[in-house]
Design a protein around this ligand. Structure first.
Ligand code: CU
Length: 268
């Protein structure tokens, strides 16, 4: 036995280091192709999240809708690599399966490759952690804004009933089936139901609040854009649930005051 041969045998017997395990994993052609497809799908999701998605969202008409947009885009970016990789592996597998009649042979099991499992567990955990921290922070910002704006906010008591929304303006002293709001003034919705559970959803204001019986739920936002917004019910509430919708308006302060007076109310 030559010295060269014995050296070769020695490296075969030694168990590979974590680095060697990872590089061996990355040398596999199925891994490379799946990963390549994964990168491609990730880019597609990032482009959709950053450019096309905001165009498909409803018009941004409040501070909350703006925050929703930021959150949606950020979460799309965070989930893009994971979603892209899964789709990459699925696509590669799908293409393999259609090459012949016989199913391909099983590749080496990934779960036995410790370092690879550790790396992707850490990376995906970091993504999840980022999403949790962002979500909690965003919720807190909303709560703080509600506390500071409470004084000058206009209060609207929203009542859901089968199958119509009605609105009471307690400080102005009138009720209406129309929801009109002044621009740039915080509004606090106090939402309740007269019968079954509904969900108050002024779409372009980025707010969705449960309307429960005997229990008032509050939400606050500030309209930032003049115009019409859709009001829907987002909780299945009976036969005409789908028709439980109307439109609201964000108007200038003077238009709002005129409307209040016309309804028999007084400005407050
Ligand atoms: Cu409903």
């Amino acid at each position: 036995m030559s010295s060269h041969e014995s050296e070769h045998e020695e490296t075969e017997v030694l168990s590979p280091t974590p680095g060697q395990k990872v590089s061996k994993f990355l040398e596999r052609s199925d891994v490379r192709k799946s990963f390549g497809l994964g990168v491609f799908f990730t880019l597609v999701f990032v482009i959709l999240g950053g450019y096309a998605y905001p165009k498909w969202m409803p018009t941004i008409m409040s501070t909350d809708m703006k925050a929703n947009e930021h959150l949606m885009i950020a979460f799309t970016y965070i989930s893009a690599p994971i979603c892209g990789l899964v789709l990459g592996i699925a696509t590669y597998t799908f293409l393999q399966r259609h090459k012949g009649d016989a199913p391909p042979e099983d590749g080496p099991a990934i779960k036995t490759n410790g370092p690879v499992v550790v790396v992707w567990s850490i990376v995906t955990s970091l993504f999840a952690l980022l999403a949790i921290i962002w979500g909690i922070t965003e919720l807190n910002v909303g709560a703080e804004a509600a506390a500071t704006d409470a004084k000058q906010a206009i209060v609207v008591e929203v009542t859901g009933s089968q199958w119509v929304w009605s609105f009471n303006y307690p400080a102005q002293g009138f009720s209406s089936t129309e929801l009109n709001l002044p621009l740039d003034r915080p509004v606090e919705f106090k939402v309740i139901s007269a019968d079954v559970n509904h969900s108050f959803w002024p779409v372009q204001l980025g707010v969705k609040v449960d309307a429960n019986r005997l229990e008032t739920t509050s939400a606050e936002t500030t309209p930032t854009k003049l115009g019409v917004f859709d009001i829907k019910c987002a909780e299945l509430c009976g036969l005409y649930h789908a028709y439980m919708e109307s439109t609201g308006h964000v108007m200038t302060t003077s238009d709002f005051d005129n409307w209040v007076t016309a309804q028999g109310g007084h400005s407050a």
